[in-house]
Ligand binder design. Structure first.
Ligand code: ARG
Length: 463
């Protein structure tokens, strides 16, 4: 058992306690960030005259050799070490001797782990943001190709009014665009360096915190040392943003599952993104969509777990906080995986445009437009609504759509109908006339696409 704090103890730690306390099994993924943080720390120590240049060189060389040995697989991050910080320090001392014992001067594991976790999370935010960008591009490709693909729009999962596939996908573009922006906000708010906060009360060494912060690419050092070691807000915010991403993915998945059902038949999931049944030879199941929907609960769980861990902690550091890692890593891994497979599924998804269009033609999606037609002829909207309601009852009883009624049939309900009603309630007219900003007409969608392309360009240059 290699511990950093043996001096004050007269007994060995109970083996069960050691295992219970240890975090190496899951914090080893902070290794590269731990080394990066230590490199910046010792450069600052030398610059401030707290260690000598030679000591700094020795430590830097030692850390470099540890890093390349881990990279090449020569050195495995395992063994009886409490955590990744203890592992690095112990191996360093083994390799370079006394100089290695100076690395931790003016630092505590409390500000060290706070730094490592921020460095790791900051990178992950960029990674996930890149994956959201890829998804947005895939969605935009579908939008661009389907401005004329009419489909039913739903409310209460009942056919409501005709829209286009482009318009439907544009709704998801908006959701993921907000997600991308949320990640920028998370990034900017978390981008402050906690190193130098010490255990909780700063240190008596004349550290240059600004130097370390800028070396590691942070906007500035954090402002309060107690907050610095006990703040996990950025993780909670990030997990909240990840939860919202999962909620969006889950909604999208739900629609794809419905659209892929035999009853709807709007889409075909590519064979490479579907799975079969061990007993029913005919089955092709939307497992990617279902699993993504299922994993949403898991990410919410990670968020709630972290919120609950933090909720009653007194200032400053408490060991409870070690529990942040598994939840946070799980959420990060899950979302990254889901985005990868989901985007692949969208890229290979094919659309049965005729079925969509036929579906839009059934179910009275043009009833509102028929009422609006009567309004155009001078009928008050409430009366028009009632007239079309009667026509819907008639059509239902006779298994036809409004446009399949003869002018005579229509006129028997209201004399305001004329020959031009058919043109007025054709699906294409219904879509084309919806030209307000954000509406489904091809013209409105052209505007949307232009703005979306611009957004993708500008947002890439933000961070
Ligand atoms: N493994 C610990 C964590 O993740 C590192 C900090 C330990 N600090 C302490 N005072 N025990 O939180």
């Amino acid at each position: 058992m290699a511990q950093l704090w043996g001096g004050r103890f007269t007994k060995e730690t109970d083996a069960k306690v050691f295992d219970f306390n240890a975090s190496l099994g899951f914090d080893k993924r902070l290794f590269y960030d731990d080394v990066e943080g230590s490199l910046a720390h010792v450069q600052m120590l030398a610059k401030c005259g707290i260690i000598t240049e030679e000591e700094m060189e020795l430590i830097t060389g030692g850390l470099g050799s540890i890093r390349s040995d881990v990279e090449s697989g020569k050195l495995e991050i395992s063994g009886q070490y409490e955590d990744v910080h203890s592992f690095v320090e112990a191996v360093l001392i083994e390799r370079i001797g006394d100089a290695g014992k100076k690395m931790h001067t003016g630092r505590s594991r409390n500000d060290q782990v706070a730094l490592d976790m921020r460095l790791y999370t900051r990178r992950n935010v960029l990674l996930v943001r890149g994956k959201i960008h890829d998804l947005l591009e895939s969605i935009l490709t579908v939008i661009e190709a389907n401005k004329e693909t009419v489909m039913p729009g739903f409310t209460h999962l009942q056919k409501a009014q005709p829209v286009t596939l482009a318009h439907h996908f544009a709704a998801y573009f908006e959701m993921f665009r907000r997600d991308k922006d949320r990640l920028r906000d998370v990034y900017e708010r978390m981008n402050y360096c906690p190193l130098g906060a010490g255990a909780l009360a700063g240190t008596t060494y004349p550290l240059d915190r600004k130097f370390v912060a800028s070396k590691l690419g942070f906007a500035a050092p954090t402002a309060n040392s107690m907050d610095s070691v006990s703040d996990r807000d950025y993780l909670i915010e990030y997990l909240a943003a990840l939860s919202i991403i999962m909620m969006h993915l889950s909604r999208f998945c739900e629609e794809i599952i419905i659209w892929n059902s035999n009853e709807y038949g709007f889409v075909n999931i590519d064979d490479s993104f579907a799975t079969g049944s061990s007993i029913m030879p005919q089955k092709k199941n939307p497992d990617v969509a279902e699993l993504t929907r299922g994993k949403t609960g898991r990410v919410y769980g990670d968020l709630v777990s972290l919120l609950t861990t933090m909720k009653s902690l007194p200032l400053a550091y408490n060991k409870d906080m070690q529990e942040d890692k598994e939840a946070a890593f799980d959420a990060m891994d899950t979302v990254a995986d889901c985005l990868d497979v989901f985007t692949g599924m969208i890229d290979t998804l094919t659309f049965n445009k005729e079925i969509m269009e036929r579906s839009a033609a059934k179910g009275f999606t043009n009833a509102t437009d028929a009422a609006d037609y009567l309004v155009g002829k001078g009928v008050p909207f409430r009366d028009a609504h009632g007239i079309i309601g009667q026509i819907v009852i008639y059509c239902d009883a006779n298994s036809k759509s409004i446009e399949e009624c003869t002018l005579e049939e229509l006129r028997s309900v209201s004399e305001y109908f004329d020959e031009d009603i058919y043109e007025h309630i054709s699906l294409n007219t219904c879509v084309d006339k919806r030209q307000t900003m954000g509406a489904p007409s091809a013209q409105s969608m052209d505007e949307f696409v232009k703005a979306a392309q611009e957004y993708l360009k500008v947002s890439e240059e933000e961070l």
